[in-house]
Each structure stands twice: as C-alpha cells, then as structure tokens.
Write a protein that binds this ligand. Sequence first.
Ligand code: ADP
Length: 162
Amino acid sequence: MKTVAVYPGTFDPITNGHVDLIKRAASIYPKVIVLVAADTRKECMFTMDERVNMVREGVDKLCPNVQVEPFQGLLVEIVKKYGAKIILRGLRAVSDFEYESQMALMNRRLEKGIETFFMISSEEYAYLSSSFVKEIAGLGGDVSTMVPAGVDKELRKRFFKV
Ligand code: ADP
C-alpha cells in the first residue's frame, strides 16, 4: 500500500515556502495530499475555492503525486478518510514550535495511530509567511520571488485592481 502523507494548512495564500515543502515531501512520499482548511481558526483573505485553485496552480505539473483538496472539520478524521497516518507540518523559526507541538500532541491524543512529521523550511524561505506576503503586497512591495506567479497576479488584482 502507498504511504500517504497529508499537508494541512490554510494557504492564504500559498507561498514558495509551502511549495518548497510540498516538493521535498513529494520526493519522499509516494503520495502527498495538500489539505486546504476552511477558515474556522483564521479569517482568510481568499475564499476556499481561490486558495485551492492557487495551490493547484502552484504545484501542478511539478509533482504528479500531489493531490490538493479542501477540508472542513476534525483533521484526524479527514486524515483517516484518506488512509493516511502522517501529518506533515513545516517549522521555520523556534516561534512555530510551541503551537505546532501543541497541535501535534492534541492530534495524537485524538488519534493514536497518526503521527505529525515536521520539516524544517529551506533557508531561503525561513522568514516567509502568508501574512508577511499579504502585508508587503498590500503596501505595494514586490512579492514575485516569494509566491507562485498566479498568486502574485491575484494579489495585485486584489489590492490594486491590475
Ligand atoms: P496554518 O494556518 O494551519 O498554520 P499555513 O498555511 O500558515 O497553515 O501553514 C501550513 C504549514 O506550513 C504550517 O506548518 C506552517 O508552519 C508551514 N509553513 C508556512 N510557511 C512556511 C515556510 N516558509 N517554510 C516552511 N513551512 C512553512
């Protein structure tokens, strides 16, 4: 049976840091499912459909073994539904650690057989976050090296109607 790993997140919007992690994961696991979360915890700038489409555009063709799906509800239940046992999360700075470890422990408490595996971000993306990207783009800064081309276009449209 193929090992399936899921990579959940809000991806509001997807950045090159996320893309890098997905590519690295897809070179290790036979199948990676990117799960785009409904905005229950964070208020998102982009709708679910927009976020899913941007992730699909960003990783399409690069990785044929990557599937992108929206999700809502308890993560461990969705993970089981996809027959996966591995949740992937990215770690940038130490500041990510507290929240990520709490979430990993909580998910294991909810479902013993599911493990969270952490991947350290690549150096060039260690300071990259979706919120920074939105802030910079909103102020007219150039984010073209930080996000896939489609996302750059969407951000310009959103902020400057161009
Ligand atoms: P969430 O809202 O669930 O935290 P995000 O979309 O912000 O979702 O991020 C999804 C995952 O990707 C998280 O584990 C986050 O730490 C990680 N991540 C975010 N940006 C980067 C990056 N630049 N490099 C590596 N991992 C990242």
